[in-house]
Design a protein around this ligand. Sequence first.
Ligand code: SF4
Length: 275
Amino acid sequence: MKYKYQAVDKLPTPPTPHLSWGSSLHAALEWFWDRKLPEPPSADELAAALYDRWDDTGFADMSRQDKIGWYRHAQDVLRRHQAQHAPSYRPAAAVEQWFDVDLGDRVRVRGFIDGVMPTGDGGFGIVDWKTNRRAKTRAQVETSLQLALYALAARDLWGRDPDWVALEFVVPGIRVEVPIERIDVDAAVAEVHRVAAAIRAGRFSPTPNRLCGWCDFRDICPAFEGDDGATDVPGTALVELQRLRRRQERDAQRIAELEQIVRDRLGEQALVELG
Ligand code: SF4
């Protein structure tokens, strides 16, 4: 049901403190790992990156004091992340790596991989940063559909499996790393086909679970039996639009910089061929 609200009905999702906090942390983490130089950015540089990328939209109704609390918490998490990884720092081979894999039978999986990490011996691992408070167990990570699909995407992109995949819970500072041998990619593909068949058949039955209380669509979901406040769909759409436009401006600026680099080194024709 959540998929239908999100992907079929394309309902906007309201900004929440957790969402904005998580996206701010993600943006700072990407900056930290996406580096050409082998030295890690300092804790102060990472704090400045957080400042530049802070997404304020989810904190609109909050007191200044509470906002500062969230911001300080993000600073602390990143300071610990920097201290934890600086001694063995190796820049990521890629961050926010886009993939689009054809699974056959008119089914595709698309998405972004947070970080592709070189292992130093020619291999690589895949990491997905999580901003939940509590880390998952190794057994839970081994059965992560998301990580199995990332492993599949790596095969598609680079023609080989990653050495490991991991969920990194940045709040407690725990990276749960699983060797690729423990990941069942075939089972993940079968699951995607099963879900795709259900979607094609229009079967969107709600699956109530303990996370319903945090679901963005709980106010309109027939299965949710908690509070019954009505969702302000247009208002939510406006706020999300504002957030995406800001992101678009940032992306446009970066695209212009990259185009300039390509133009200077390869000439205008390279951009034309890129389309
Ligand atoms: S409230 Fe629960 S059952 Fe309904 S869409 Fe959200 S997660 Fe699914």
